[in-house]
Design a protein around this ligand. Structure first.
Ligand SMILES: NC(=O)c1ccc[n+]([C@@H]2O[C@H](COP(=O)([O-])OP(=O)(O)OC[C@H]3O[C@@H](n4cnc5c(N)ncnc54)[C@H](OP(=O)(O)O)[C@@H]3O)[C@@H](O)[C@H]2O)c1
Length: 257
């Protein structure tokens, strides 16, 4: 073990959806801890701003635009990361979509398919393209950003919850298949975090009030409060951990009602 198991010097990380929110905070922390990071989202210019900020702090960041719902772009992301840095040690499957807010039985097929394709199948692609090369080099770490929406029901974002529950299952099965080759796979399940993605929830005063009242810490989270777990799971501090989920939700899923 290195003197500091959280030190990521020499490691290369690819983080999808890292132009803002949880992905951005994770990329910035991984870079601060020494990793060379690939910043990615659908918009290269937004990613470039993040990368420039990391470089200004003395870090090493490279931008590759990628829409995670398109297989060719996902392949180009992984190929591009390998071409730039020669390897991938940490894969953070962070980008996800939720195009539907309403009763589960009314969801149009296209919206359901979009959610499952982007939030589950795309993670499978990313893992399939990355884990074999991690194994060939002796190991690596995959971190999937799931959600507490996969742990409990919702009357408005049910299909999203189905996709996030599927991510837990994806994680457990891949952990079982790849553990003996040194590749670990874990999930992080955030509660409500103040990002654009969850704006519909935290901008609704009634929802916010209800949520904070039922949350032991009495507030919603900030992106940097999720990034620490991503860094831990990507680092040698977590080398005996695989197939698991870290829930970071201010305690809301543990609270008595
Ligand atoms: N915020 C919460 O309350 C919360 C709670 C639990 C779990 N999560 C999970 O946390 C993860 C990150 O969400 P966030 O809250 O940080 O969202 P966010 O602030 O809205 O950021 C989303 C990121 O993903 C990118 N993105 C969106 N669609 C994409 C696509 N099709 N392909 C590639 N990149 C795409 C966005 O950039 P572009 O627009 O440039 O593509 C952006 O960089 C998601 O997996 C989400 O399910 C969030």
């Amino acid at each position: 073990m290195t003197a500091n198991p959280f030190d990521l010097t020499g490691k290369v990380a690819v983080i999808t959806g890292s132009s803002r929110g949880i992905g951005r905070a994770s990329a910035e922390l991984l870079a601060k801890l020494g990793a060379r990071v690939v910043i990615s989202s659908r918009k290269a210019d937004a990613c470039e701003e993040v990368a420039e900020g990391i470089r200004k702090e003395g870090g090493d960041a490279h931008v590759i635009a990628c829409n995670i719902s398109r297989r060719a772009e996902v392949e180009a992301l992984i190929e591009g990361a390998n071409a730039k840095y020669g390897k991938i040690d940490i894969l953070v499957c962070n980008a996800a979509v939720n195009p539907y807010y309403g009763p589960l039985l009314d969801i149009p097929d296209e919206a359901f398919d979009k959610i499952m394709n982007s939030n589950v199948k795309s993670n499978l692609w990313l893992c399939a393209l990355t884990m074999p090369q991690m194994a060939a080099r002796g190991g690596g770490s995959v971190v999937i950003i799931s959600s507490i929406g996969g742990l409990r029901g919702s009357t408005v974002i049910g299909a999203y919850g189905i996709s996030k529950a599927a991510d837990f299952a994806l994680c457990r099965s891949l952990a079982g298949e790849w553990g003996e080759r040194g590749v670990r796979v874990n999930c992080v399940a955030p509660g409500l975090v103040k990002t654009d993605f969850a704006r519909a929830l935290w901008e609704d005063e009634a929802v916010l009030k209800r949520r904070t009242a039922s949350t032991p810490l009495r507030r919603i989270g900030e992106p940097h409060e999720i990034a620490g777990a991503v860094a831990y799971l990507g680092s040698d501090a977590s080398t005996f951990m695989t197939g698991q989920t870290i829930v970071i939700d201010g305690g809301v899923t543990t609270a008595s009602v």
